[in-house]
Design a protein around this ligand. Structure first.
Ligand code: PAF
Length: 277
């Protein structure tokens, strides 16, 4: 497995590849969710490049950029065992040369949900993802469904800016009790880890209500909120029942619907979603 630290090294490596290339963009501290993307890329593509870069431009000033979990040695071991061909591991100054101030401005799809609570977040995501696409020139790029709005923003960017890449989305990988895998789960204390199951429990409640015929999103949201509020360590950022493509809140539950939520468990902010399709 090649470890590429500079843009020049990545360009040289990419220039020598024949056949299809899969890119798995990550911020490291890898878990099974990331590895499921890597494995899919290995099945579908001749070469799999994984990027590990904790991207400062997608973190707000009061967010956890400095504390974001990092363990490069462990990540490299996992990727080597999974069979990735190359890892792109740039520093911040390599990705953002001094004076670089051109950003990708996503459209309205980035204004709701996460975008409303984390202004500028998707501008940073879209910018770094487009840079990674330009550098690695992948045929396919792999993302997890857990970041549903990120997927929607990237798909829209790819369509609007005519980026020649196929976006492949893989299902959320969950712990045995339903908690969606996330690098940020490592922040949780034992008590918080237990409390964090309330996110998936509330999603399952919504799914059950809708399966039983409930079509009023106000009722679905309220039942989810009531359940989450039974957990003393939880505080809600948002609970949403939206159209899965536009991300606009529904007035009547029709499929496909994206049920999503962001909840703080103690000081850790977690997101999760399901799509009813
Ligand atoms: O999902 C992530 O880990 C990040 O948002 C991404 C896509 C690697 C961009 O920094």
């Amino acid at each position: 497995m090649r470890v590429l630290k500079t843009i020049g090294e990545l360009r040289d490596y990419r220039g020598g590849l024949k056949g299809s290339v899969g890119l798995v963009p990550t911020m490291g501290f890898l878990h099974e969710g990331h590895l499921s993307l890597v494995r899919r890329s290995i099945i579908e593509c001749d070469h799999t490049v994984v990027s590990i870069f904790v991207n400062p431009t997608q973190f707000g000033p009061a967010e956890d950029f400095n504390n974001y979990p990092r363990d490069t040695e462990r990540d490299l071991g996992l990727l080597e065992s999974a069979g990735a061909n190359a890892v792109f591991l740039p520093g911040v100054e390599e990705m953002y040369a001094p004076g670089a101030d051109t950003l990708v401005l996503p459209g309205r799809i980035a204004d709701r949900l996460e975008g409303a609570v984390r202004p500028g977040h998707f501008k940073g995501v879209a910018t770094v993802v487009l840079k990674l696409f330009n550098l690695a020139q992948p045929h396919r790029a792999y993302f997890g469904q857990k970041d549903a709005q990120q997927v929607a923003v990237i798909r829209k960017m790819v369509a609007d800016l005519n980026v020649p890449v196929e976006v492949v989305v893989m299902p959320t990988v969950r712990e045995a009790d339903g908690l969606a895998m996330s690098s940020r789960n490592s922040y949780l204390t034992t008590e918080e880890r237990q409390a964090a199951t309330v996110l998936y429990r509330s999603l399952r409640l919504a799914e059950d209500l809708i399966a039983a015929g409930e079509r009023d999103p106000v009722i679905v949201r309220q039942r989810m909120i009531d359940l989450i509020n039974t957990e003393p360590l939880a505080s809600i950022d948002y609970v949403s029942v939206a159209d899965a493509s536009s991300l606009e809140e529904l007035t009547f539950v029709a499929k496909p619907a994206l049920i999503s939520l962001a909840v703080r468990i103690g000081r850790t902010r977690l997101i999760d979603n399901i799509i009813l399709s």
